[in-house]
Write a protein that binds this ligand. Sequence first.
Ligand SMILES: Cc1cc2nc3c(=O)[nH]c(=O)nc-3n(C[C@H](O)[C@H](O)[C@H](O)COP(=O)(O)OP(=O)(O)OC[C@H]3O[C@@H](n4cnc5c(N)ncnc54)[C@H](O)[C@@H]3O)c2cc1C
Length: 336
Amino acid sequence: MLIKNIFIMNRKCSSQALYDVIVIGGGPAGLTASIYTSRARLKTLLVQSEFLPSQVAITEKIENYPGFPDGINGFELVARFKKQSAIFGTEFIFGDVESVRVGKKGQQNMWQLNIKDGLEGGIKKYNCLSVIIASGARPRKLGIAGEDKLIGRGVSYCAICDGAFFRDKDVIVVGGGDTAAKEALFLTKFVKKITLIHRRDRLRATKILQERISANKKIELVFNSQVIEIAGEDKVKAAKLKNVKTEKEAIISCDGVFIFAGLLPNTDFLEGLVALDEKGYIVTGLDMGTQAKGIFACGDCRKKLLFQVVTACGDGATAAFSATQYIEDLKGIAYK
Ligand SMILES: Cc1cc2nc3c(=O)[nH]c(=O)nc-3n(C[C@H](O)[C@H](O)[C@H](O)COP(=O)(O)OP(=O)(O)OC[C@H]3O[C@@H](n4cnc5c(N)ncnc54)[C@H](O)[C@@H]3O)c2cc1C
């Protein structure tokens, strides 16, 4: 039932209409924002890429989002958010936002989004008074020899998507944070052995995850080391490591390399529209406002301390509240 609902697309939505708010992103931040703006009776359209999934939708189990003491599958959680948003009237489309431009002459205070249609392929223009950017982030590549060539042939950035292909195989997991630790634990359901490589001398992951890693006999930890090359022709055969202290190199035979080396924000399409920090994250105020009037940002695409579902939802609610105030001011109906 829930899974069916995530694919519901509202066919009434139209590039001719003037939306109060267009939300870019169908992850926790964007969906929360759309629940709030729809409940504020703002005409809301949410656009999400068909090709770039919400990070939470590819997470097997979320156990630190309040209200789910037994944890919840990430795809199901996001499907629930979407169902809730649809109930309050949000319209949904699949598409990739290619640019956001100021409205044409005579259309002050309007923003125009150029959206590549997810189903038909052409570009459609959508107009709105306010934009909430919730475009999240994607995995960062290591940028090493063999990585690009072997993506989908043993190199992966998503355990839930690819883990089952590595039943009884030996794999390497790269990274030392929460995501690397969680994904390594998930992979132990399938694989024979995991070598977890981290460039520092200890894991950064939350203590409870570190305890589970230490207790799992399938996982071997290799610290102070970096993967510098992935070898194989048609599929991964081995990885070359370098000890960052001794500079000694070693080769480990393996069938897969799962990389969790941080994130890159999905902000390329914003092109000088809003201020970005040196890593490409959107700079916002406490109200989630950007330096562009009427444009707000929330979730993993913005510069902040903690990148989690719960903080993405909090950001989304704040961005929606600010957008609502902005629009009601524009329409002269603000409650003062
Ligand atoms: C493997 C993994 C495990 C994790 N585990 C946990 C956990 O246990 N607990 C926890 O709290 N957090 C966890 N996280 C982090 C959590 O998933 C993120 O913090 C959260 O998903 C951020 O939400 P978001 O809405 O900002 O972005 P995302 O969930 O990344 O959603 C971004 C949305 O933007 C859309 N989009 C991007 N660019 C465009 C564009 N140009 N046009 C249209 N749409 C676009 C995408 O389609 C997507 O719908 C995990 C992350 C990963 C990768």
